[in-house]
Design a protein. Structure first.
Lengths: 232, 266
């Protein structure tokens, strides 16, 4: 009778974590910054395949890592949000519940499947000043192993996330204007882009959850508008 | 709530059917003997094209048999920034259909990253009407109108439906519901494709006044309670709802004209 090789659970987890971390670090980082009009989300993305997406009226998503995997998570999130809003009310669709569901799903994949998801995602919810108890913004980051954390002011996911977080921590302040937030995000992404330190505006994917907009608050900014806001 | 289902496509109604069938009412299970007059019915909706795009209007009355069920029901709903649905028929399934249509369009846009073409939206609604056939057989039919501004073709477009999901693109105007035939008769005489916004508003109010005059289940403007028809314009700039004040002014002008015509005749 052949004996299966024994591998300690610690080793299995460490190997999976290293595999997933490497996968995530290969991609370019994405970031979110709270600003005067709401929440700004930014990714360096020369392709037409989006890294940032609308989930619901006040909730949005950004992912890094393997496109097929985080885009699948985005779609699951849209289905979850639309069903919840249909079964209950539009105001019942909240970022925290979605972030928790992501955390469960990504965590389950990490422990149960041979190959963990090579992704990191962020779920943001912009506050609504007219709804008591819903006034505040919320930012949740979910990592490849399902670990979840909440953030205030800003959040970075993907390669060099820690370094960029340090860069932003001393520069982001409350109520920073949108144009300035975009400028700050751009300089942060430029620090991550080794060898080609200038990021072309055309390669920036920028979306905003606008607090004062009625209904669906998610807006995708085209590169002309981003250029305008940067030079303002 | 289930987080990850088996459905992988981009249609919300299919998602409901596949993974969340408990949230849908399956009419095919309900046996006959249902008294359709025991539920509210919405009555008259209409729409027509004009110079800037398309206009959609509906009265506010819902009836249960000979009773008033609601005096301020809404029958016109924006389904996205450039399209609208107007519903006539059994109020419950009709309002639900309008709501599902809105979610359907938004869901598709979010999953796919771009909205459906206007024609695609109209076709989707046709499937939804067809799915309501079992309910229609029990007297709970829904007959919507669908309109929108087609930004690829720079034109307002309008569709009418029948109970079987039949879809008919209209070149000029369309009307549905119990008073629809009278509204259509009125529009037949007044409608012009090159009408301005003001002229269109007047045509719409006139058609609804004519419909409410002949059809007891259609509500005309209610100046006592301050309830006015809902009239939406859809143009290249999106959807704009006519204000109550504006409709009241037009309505009073129509009444004044009719009154003076009768006086002159006698």
């Amino acid at each position: 009778m052949s004996m299966p090789f024994y591998v300690s659970p610690e080793q299995v987890m460490a190997d999976k974590a290293e595999f997933a971390r490497k996968g995530v670090a290969r991609g370019k980082p994405s970031l979110v910054i709270e600003c005067d009009v709401g929440i700004m989300m930014m990714a360096e993305n020369p392709s037409t395949l989006s890294k940032i997406g609308e989930i619901y009226d006040r909730v949005a998503f950004a992912g890094v890592g393997k496109f097929s995997e985080f885009d699948q998570l985005r779609k699951i999130g849209v289905r979850y949000a639309d069903i919840k809003g249909y079964a209950y009310s539009r105001d019942d669709v909240r970022g925290r519940a979605l972030a928790n569901a992501y955390s469960q799903a990504v965590g389950d994949a990490f422990t149960q499947q041979l190959k963990p998801l090579e992704v990191e995602v962020v779920v943001v919810e912009v506050g609504d000043s007219t709804l008591a108890g819903h006034e505040n913004n919320a930012i949740y980051r979910i990592q490849y192993d399902g670990s979840i954390s909440d953030h205030h002011g800003y959040c970075v996911i993907g390669g060099a996330a820690e370094e960029l977080s340090d860069f932003l921590s001393s520069r982001v302040r409350d109520g920073i204007p949108l144009g300035e937030a975009i400028g700050l995000g751009k300089s942060a992404l430029e620090r991550a882009a080794e060898g080609e330190p200038s990021v072309d505006v055309k390669n920036l994917e920028v979306c905003v959850l606008e607090r004062e907009r009625q209904g669906r608050k998610f807006v995708r900014l085209n590169s002309d508008r981003v250029g305008e806001l940067l030079s303002a | 709530m289930q987080f990850r289902g088996s459905y992988q496509g981009s249609s919300f109604s299919e998602l409901l059917a596949v993974d969340f069938s408990h949230l849908r009412l399956d009419w095919s299970d309900l046996a006959g003997g249902f008294d359709a007059s025991a539920v509210p019915h919405g009555t008259t909706v209409m729409g027509f094209k004009y110079a800037d795009g398309v206009i959609i209007a509906g009265d506010r009355l819902a009836t249960m048999g000979h009773r008033v069920a609601s005096r301020d029901m809404e029958k016109v709903y924006p389904t996205d920034a450039y399209s609208l649905i107007a519903i006539a028929g059994a109020a419950g399934p009709a309002v639900e259909m309008a709501r599902l249509m809105r979610i359907e369009l938004e869901h598709y846009e979010k999953i796919e990253g771009e909205p459906l073409e206007l024609e695609g939206k109209a076709n989707k609604l046709s499937q939804m009407v067809r799915q309501n056939m079992p309910a229609a057989m029990q007297g709970l039919g829904v007959v919507p109108l669908f309109a929108g501004y087609d930004r690829r073709r720079s034109a307002g477009r309008l569709w009418g439906y029948d109970l079987t999901g039949g879809r008919y693109e209209e070149t000029d105007y369309a009307a549905n519901g119990s008073g629809g035939i009278y509204a259509a008769e009125s529009l037949k005489k007044t409608h012009r494709l090159d009408a301005t916004r003001e002229e269109s508003l007047r045509m719409a109010v006139q058609a609804l006044v004519d419909a409410s005059d002949e059809d007891r289940a259609t509500g005309g403007p209610d100046v006592v309670r301050g309830i006015y028809p809902i009239i939406d314009f859809c143009t290249q700039n999106g959807i704009e709802r006519a204000s109550e004040k504006e409709i009241e002014t037009v309505f009073r002008a129509i009444i004044a004209e009719q009154t003076s015509r009768r006086r002159t005749a006698s």
